[in-house]
Design a protein around this ligand. Structure first.
Ligand SMILES: C[S@@+](CC[C@H](N)C(=O)[O-])C[C@H]1O[C@@H](n2cnc3c(N)ncnc32)[C@H](O)[C@@H]1O
Length: 216
């Protein structure tokens, strides 16, 4: 995997490291690969793009995976990592995963018209201090607009618990967008995650539509 150059990237561009939350989310997908099989997948705030690329490796149709972030620099990084992982005898665009610009809450209708909706949405370390930065409302607006109407559609987010109030705030904001929040217990995470979990307080949450239409 490539990362942005630490000496030239700005804080806002990120993409400089693979965050522990991305590693844990990727292991979760590896151990619950049914979540990815035959499903369209969107990664939000992908940065380096690890969970989205893992999803693309797990599915029979990598072109159903779209990795997104909100700056051109990170988009280029995502394209570079996609090429590095889907070249030669493996699939390449247009059959490989796609990458696209997506700023949460912005031009969502246009994004949906271009890329459709998604059965599985992923996010690793994309919420930090929601009380201060107001990141969560546009994030959950984006999830709610771009999640498919299938009964088993899901948003899975792994985040660094940086404040005691964050879990409740996330749950409250998700509720406003009609999403039901549940925590994945540590026992449901593969043992390989224990190192990451002992170093950083991480939480893995799933969000499902409260009143999904049943479309099989
Ligand atoms: C801490 S980094 C995590 C990157 C990656 N998911 C990982 O875990 O390695 C947060 C990511 O969210 C992206 N981000 C922050 N605000 C965003 C917004 N409003 N719209 C889209 N992406 C955003 C940043 O560009 C960055 O890539």
């Amino acid at each position: 995997m490539h990362t942005c150059n630490l000496t030239t990237a700005t804080y806002a561009e990120t993409g400089q490291v693979v965050w522990p939350a991305a590693v844990v989310l990727s292991h979760y997908l590896l151990h619950h690969s049914h979540l990815v099989q035959s499903r369209s997948v969107l990664e939000l705030g992908a940065g380096v793009g690890l969970p989205g690329l893992v999803a693309a490796k797990l599915t029979k149709d990598p072109s159903a995976v779209v990795l997104t972030d909100h700056t051109e620099v990170v988009l280029e990084l995502l394209q570079k990592n996609t090429e590095a992982n889907f070249t030669g005898d493996t699939v390449q665009p247009p059959d490989g995963p796609k990458s696209a610009l997506l700023d949460w809450g912005v031009d969502l209708e246009e994004f949906r018209m271009t890329y459709g909706t998604f059965d599985l949405i992923l996010g690793a370390d994309i919420i930090y201090w929601i009380e201060q930065e107001g990141m969560a409302e546009p994030l959950f607006q984006t999830v709610s607009m771009l999640m498919s109407k299938k009964a088993d559609a899901m948003f899975v987010m792994c985040h660094h618990v940086r404040s005691a109030q964050i879990a409740q705030s996330i749950q409250d904001i998700a509720g406003k967008f009609n999403l039901l929040c549940a925590e994945v217990g540590k026992d449901d995470l593969p043992a390989v995650c224990s190192d990451s979990l002992s170093n950083v307080p991480l939480q893995l949450l799933t969000f499902t539509p409260k009143d999904a239409d049943i479309i099989v």
